[in-house]
Design a protein around this ligand. Sequence first.
Ligand SMILES: NC(=O)c1ccc[n+]([C@@H]2O[C@H](COP(=O)([O-])OP(=O)(O)OC[C@H]3O[C@@H](n4cnc5c(N)ncnc54)[C@H](O)[C@@H]3O)[C@@H](O)[C@H]2O)c1
Length: 317
Amino acid sequence: MKKYLVTGCAGFIGSTLTDKLLKQGESVVGVDVFRDYYDVNIKRHNISGALKNSNFTLIEKDLSTDLDFLNEFLNPSDELVIYHLAAQAGVRKSWGSDFRIYTKDNIDVTQNLLEWAHTRGSIKNFVYASSSSIYGVPKVLPMTEDKTVPIPYSPYGVTKLAAENLVRLYTANMGLPTASLRFFTVYGPRQRPDMAFNRFIQAAFKNQPIGVFGNGGQTRDFTFIDDIVEGLRLAENSTKGIAMNLGGGNRVTLLHTIQTLGKVMEQEIKIEFSESKLGDVPDTWASAELAFKELGWKPSISLEEGLKREVNWLRSL
Ligand SMILES: NC(=O)c1ccc[n+]([C@@H]2O[C@H](COP(=O)([O-])OP(=O)(O)OC[C@H]3O[C@@H](n4cnc5c(N)ncnc54)[C@H](O)[C@@H]3O)[C@@H](O)[C@H]2O)c1
C-alpha cells in the first residue's frame, strides 16, 4: 500500500499539504514535535481537521532521536513517499546560540531521516523542502539552479543548503530517490506569525503602523501556498535527485506589496521603517523554468488574490 510520511505536519506548509493529501484520499502518517518557535495552539489548530480523518495518524515525536518509532506505524511493505518539511524556519533567529537549534532540526534531522529511509527501503520518493535562502546575494538575477552558485547569507541558509546537499548525496551514492524544492517566500492561509504578511495584516487590523525592516525597496518572489502544495504533489514522481526552484510570478518590492495590501483591505496603511536585520537579503527572484520542465509546474495565484485569501483567513480566526 502506498503511504505518505509528512514531517513538520502541524506547521504552515506541512499541515496544508497533509490536508491536500487526505482530500485526495491518501493515507498519511504525520510527525511533528510541536516546537514552540511560535504558539503551538496555532499548530494544534492547523492539524485539527486532519485529526478527524481516519486516514491520518499523528506522531508527536522529535525526528532528531532514534527513528525506530516510525516502524510501528508503517508496514515494511508500504511504498512510502516522504515529504520532509520539518525544520527550524526563520532567518532572523538563526544567529548566536540559537544556531544549535538550526543545526539539530535542519541538518541532523535530515541526515537521520535519510539514513532511516535508505535502511528501510521501499521509498518511492524523498522530497525535501529547501529554500531560496541557500542562494544568498548573487550578483545576477534571477536565481537559476545551474547558474547561480549557492552562497547563503544567513546561518539558516547554511543549514538548509547543508541538508539539501545531504539529500543529493543519498541519491548520488546510494540511489535513494529524492527531489529538493527550493521554496521562495511562501504566503497564504496558515502562514507563520513571524512572517511579514501575517505581521502586516495583523497590524493593519489594529490600525497600527506596519513594521518594515530596511527601506521597503527589497524584492521578494512571493509564492502562494496552494502553488507550493501543487509543486510538492508534482514532485512525487521526480526521483532523480534534482533541486528545483518553486517561485516566480510575484516578484515585487515590499512597498508594492503593502500598497496591494491597502487595496485589498480597503484602508490606508501606515509604515514604520527600522534597520534591516542581519541575514536579510536585498532580493529574491526565482527562475521557474526547471520546475516547469521537470514537473510541468507554474505558479498560478496572483499576489492580489493570494493576499485576499490570507486576509480572509486571518479575519476568520
Ligand atoms: N514558509 C516559507 O516561506 C518557507 C520558505 C522556504 C523554505 N521553507 C521550508 O519549508 C518547511 C516548512 O516551513 P513552514 O513555514 O511550514 O515552517 P513551520 O515552522 O510552520 O513548520 C515546521 C514544523 O516542523 C516541526 N519540527 C521542527 N523540528 C522538528 C523535529 N526535530 N522533529 C519533529 N518536528 C519538528 C515544527 O514543530 C513545525 O511545526 C521548512 O523546512 C522550511 O525551512 C519555508
